[in-house]
Design a binder for this molecule. Structure first.
Ligand code: NAD
Length: 294
């Protein structure tokens, strides 16, 4: 996959400076992973606590690298200094690539993307880390849809190698190539995918989750299913994976896939994950999901 990506990334323009809008789980991870690979990253949020959390997560990851002897203190200091956390858009006019990673809400994303477009240089690429919204639809908010692309990372960003690069109908091949090129520079494996509900990975992942939820509905013990899938050789079973992804995110994507593909993807039984959301058991991020997390 990487070899193929290097092929289409030949058209890529260099990304010397990147910016991330939204310093949450994903934005923080994207900023950290770009900075580790030598890119200066502006990380913008609307809330100081979110910026603080993003930076604290970067500190934690850097400390782990140093403890494991994979990074010297000097380099860690340099990485940390290259993440510029801010509540405004200062310096966005210098960015070659802006990755939007704010809440998964079409109206809010359109508003923020349109604002970002007025601040960046004309050739800058704007990418959205949306996991479920249409790139074509988001592009309608922009004057230069040719510079807009999907850049879908997976959680946790520092660990997950794959990045889906999504071309909308207006996306210029150079914009897709530059995005793929930056993903490669971050040490990731980009793949080019179509702008359709679930892109590629969630079209495989969601049917797997539905099969698991059907088993649970039929009376299977989720912990037993997890042990079986681990023995099968997968790094974790579906219940634990749901806890990592986040129950609310998972329910949202389940609905997107059901709406996009109709009856064949629409569950006809109550979903355990919806019950967990009702009980605010969102997974690792809330301290409990299928499992308890200390
Ligand atoms: P999150 O709630 O952890 O972070 C969102 C951040 O955006 C918050 O810090 C919030 O303060 C900030 N924000 C909200 N409005 C803003 C604005 N107008 N300007 C700047 N910052 C703003 O969410 P997340 O899980 O990091 O998800 C972000 C995006 O990534 C969503 O589109 C989501 O669908 C996508 N995504 C999430 C996952 C996942 O597993 N969590 C995986 C892939 C993609």
């Amino acid at each position: 996959l990487k070899k193929k990506a290097k092929g289409y990334a030949k058209l890529a323009r260099p990304v010397q400076q990147a910016a991330v809008v939204g310093a949450g789980i994903m934005g923080g991870g994207i900023a950290y992973t770009s900075a580790v690979r030598g890119t200066i990253v502006l990380m913008k949020d609307i809330a100081q606590p979110a910026l603080d959390l993003g930076l604290a997560e970067a500190d934690k990851l850097l400390a782990k690298q140093m403890e494991a002897g994979r990074m010297k203190a000097e380099k860690a200091k340099q990485v940390r200094a290259s993440i510029r956390a801010q509540l405004n858009f200062a310096g966005f006019d210098e960015a070659d690539l802006v990755v939007e990673a704010i809440v998964e809400n079409l109206a809010i994303k359109k508003k923020v993307l349109a604002e970002v477009e007025t601040l960046v240089k004309p050739e800058a690429i704007i990418a959205s880390n949306t996991s479920s919204l249409s790139i074509a639809e988001m592009a309608t908010a922009l004057q230069r849809p040719q510079n807009f692309v999907g850049m879908h990372f997976f959680n946790p960003v520092p660990q997950m190698p794959l990045v889906e690069v999504i071309r909308g109908p207006a996306t210029d091949p150079v914009a897709a190539a530059t995005t793929a090129g930056h993903a490669l520079a971050m040490g990731k494996t980009p793949i080019l995918v179509q702008d359709c509900p679930g892109f590629l990975v969630n079209r495989i992942f969601i049917p797997y989750c539905l099969a698991f939820l059907r088993l649970v509905h039929d009376g299977a013990d989720y912990q037993h299913v997890d042990r079986v899938m681990e023995a099968f050789g997968w790094p974790m079973g579906p219940a634990y994976l749901a806890d990592v992804v986040g129950m609310d995110t998972l329910v949202h994507v389940l609905h997107v896939i059901a709406a996009g593909y109709g009856a064949r993807m629409r569950p006809s039984f109550p979903l355990a994950v919806e019950l967990l959301v009702d009980h605010k058991r969102l997974g690792q991020k809330s301290g409990a999901g299928f499992y308890r997390h200390e």
